[in-house]
Design a binder for this molecule. Structure first.
Ligand code: ADP
Length: 600
């Protein structure tokens, strides 16, 4: 029976019930006191609502029929007290619930973001920003609404309904039975609308995410959008997403609003029935008119909470779908997680070894049984055609992924056994597309070392040849970089990234050399800074420039996830093969050298 009722009310009972249970167990207990206080307020609202109907009997009988003058003041005073208490407790309940609700949203958002931070790089490739952002804001809000809806329905509406029903039964039990028979009919009618709303809601969330994604693509790719005249493509995608959301919002609104007329009509029948029966009873049987009025007042007052309870179903459903999407993120497993007994990585000198490592991204193989021996205090260059697996080597050193076969070790410690914190704090990464966070130049450098002093930041910038251009800026280190660093030139951004790595001062440096040429002066300054940065570390560099590979202590030539050749520049040139071929065709001379040689 219970299951049948739940099914009628909420659709698939198992899913909904377990979601509700989880939402409540995880969020309600820590606000126990607040909920108890707001329930007390709701109890007062219900009691005073009941009292306001009850007092009608005395108003009619004692003032209007018996004409007891003394009662006028007494009853008027009682009415004032009843409504004042009702007003104050409504206020208290509202404030308490809102505060708890806001705290629940904040806590859910923190949980989601913490979970997202633990996710792998791969996860971010599978989810769009729009999708994640929608879940973070909209789904957390929906989860709070579910809890709020249940709390206010159970508390205020259900208690008020019970108080009013008690008044009705006390005044006229027979009439109450007639009314109570009509009410459940309305509830069943409403439950039919639920399935519809549920389907529309899921699609609605997808379209909302599409809107955010399109906006994001436009903002990030604005140069491409403009230079290729792609505005019409973006507009088309956006218009479609907006239209979808609009259409679905209409549908949801219509389904929700249909409960109104349904309840009005049934309410009309109930009131007419009561007037016929009650009027006949008063006129023919001389029944007490005060009780009749008290009854009809209770019934009219019961209408609102009953309507809200009937609608609860629809509202709860649209929010439950969104709340479920929140748990999809919170429950998403983490592919590469820290071992429960992870220990600190102890750096002896920073030797990195790949022992017969194989790795694939899903079904596409990226590394095939490779072994690398990367020596400390030296520069190891990875070279080879694009797609050869060089970036994957970096990703495995950072343990963004685990190898499928073989192992990666630093100073003979398997990366799977050490903590992420200790591993990554010993690595500095300088990528070709320097990513700068929204903030000032100083803050961006300081990310290299949490709690770095201003002097340390300046020293790092000096070593990275960045100080000179920063100090001539009007706001110096406090200059905002603009989202993604758009206000700085390529060479300047690289030098900021180098300063960040300088400050980190990690024993292991992973450097993905920029493929695009800078102007001669910038190139020279960047190179100088890099030379300083690479000193006395284990440096692994994905090399694109001839001078880098020439100076490297060891070179690994990679293609199709395999190491084809290894050795120093002169050894490899002597061997011939892919390396000699690459040297002849692919490597870029630094601009300074080209200029220098053309000047000769
Ligand atoms: P390189 O850095 O030498 O250009 P990568 O390590 O980026 O090579 O890529 C090695 C192979 O793995 C390529 O075939 C590439 O298409 C594939 N690959 C790289 N990253 C991913 C990814 N995130 N998902 C699926 N395949 C990937």
């Amino acid at each position: 029976m219970k299951r049948w009722i739940i099914e009628k009310f909420f659709g698939d009972p198992d899913q909904v019930l377990s979601l509700l249970r989880r939402l409540f167990f995880e969020n309600v207990p820590q606000h126990k006191l607040g909920y108890i206080a707001s329930f007390a307020c709701m109890g007062l609202v219900a009691a005073t609502t009941g009292a306001s109907a009850w007092i009608m009997k005395d108003i009619i009988n004692r003032i209007f029929i018996n004409k007891e003058e003394g009662m006028i003041w007494l009853i008027a005073g009682a009415v004032i007290i009843i409504y004042t208490v009702k007003g104050l407790s409504s206020y208290g309940q509202e404030v308490l619930l809102t505060r708890i609700g806001n705290a629940i949203i904040a806590s859910l958002q923190r949980q989601i973001f913490d979970r997202l931070l633990k996710q792998t790089v791969d996860f971010y490739q599978r989810h769009t920003l729009g999708d994640l952002a929608t879940r973070l804001s909209y789904s957390a809000q929906a989860a709070r609404s579910v809890i709020d809806l249940v709390m206010t329905s159970l508390g205020r509406d259900l208690m008020s309904l019970i108080a009013l029903t008690a008044v009705m039964v006390a005044q006229d039990p027979w009439m109450s039975i007639v009314v109570l028979l009509i009410m459940p009919g309305a509830v069943l009618g409403v439950s039919k609308l639920v399935k519809r709303v549920k389907l529309i809601m899921r699609a609605e969330l997808k379209s909302l995410a599409q809107i955010v994604s399109t906006m994001q693509e436009t903002a990030i790719g604005i140069r491409i959008v403009k230079s290729f005249n792609l505005e019409y493509v973006m507009r088309k995608t956006m218009t479609k997403a907006i239209r979808d959301v609009e259409k679905r919002s209409h549908k949801i609104a219509i389904a929700g609003a249909m409960t109104g007329p349904l309840m009005e009509t049934l309410g009309g029948f109930a009131i007419a029935g009561v007037i016929v029966y009650g009027g006949w009873n008063v006129i023919q049987n001389g029944a007490d008119a005060g009780s009749f009025f008290s009854f009809i007042t209770a019934m009219l007052l019961a209408y609102e909470p009953a309507k809200r309870l009937a609608r609860l179903n629809v509202q709860l459903h649209s929010n439950i779908v969104a709340a479920a999407m929140l748990y999809e993120i919170l429950d998403q497993s983490i592919d590469t997680d820290e071992a429960p007994d992870a220990v600190e990585l102890l750096i002896a000198n920073g030797q990195i070894t790949f022992n017969e490592v194989s790795f694939s991204y899903g079904n596409s193989p990226a590394l095939n049984n490779i072994s690398l021996n990367i020596q400390p205090n030296s520069v190891t260059a990875l070279v080879g055609p694009s797609g050869g697996g060089k970036s994957t080597v970096f990703a495995l050193i950072e343990r963004f992924y685990d190898p499928i076969d073989g192992s990666v070790q630093i100073d003979n410690q398997d990366l799977r056994s050490v903590s992420f914190e200790s591993l990554r704090s010993n690595i500095a990464l300088v990528t070709q597309d320097t990513f700068l966070f929204d903030g000032t130049i100083g803050e961006n450098i300081a990310f290299g070392k949490p709690g770095a002093s201003a002097d340390e930041v300046i020293e790092a910038a000096q070593n990275a040849n960045a100080h000179e251009f920063i100090s001539v800026l009007e706001a110096g280190y406090d200059t905002p970089v603009g989202e993604g660093g758009g206000r700085l030139s390529g060479g300047q951004r690289q030098r900021i990234a180098i300063a960040r790595a300088m400050l980190r001062d990690a024993p292991i440096l992973l450097l993905d050399e920029p493929t695009s040429a800078l102007d001669a002066q910038s190139e020279h300054k960047v190179q100088e800074a890099l030379d300083r940065l690479m000193k006395d570390r284990t440096t692994v560099v994905i090399a694109h420039r001839l001078s880098t590979v020439r100076n490297a202590d060891k070179i690994y030539v990679m293609e199709h996830g395999q190491v084809l050749q290894s050795g120093s520049h002169s050894e490899l040139i002597a061997q011939g093969g892919l390396y000699a071929h690459l040297c002849a065709l692919q490597f870029r001379e630094p601009v300074t050298k080209i200029f220098a040689s053309s000047a000769v």
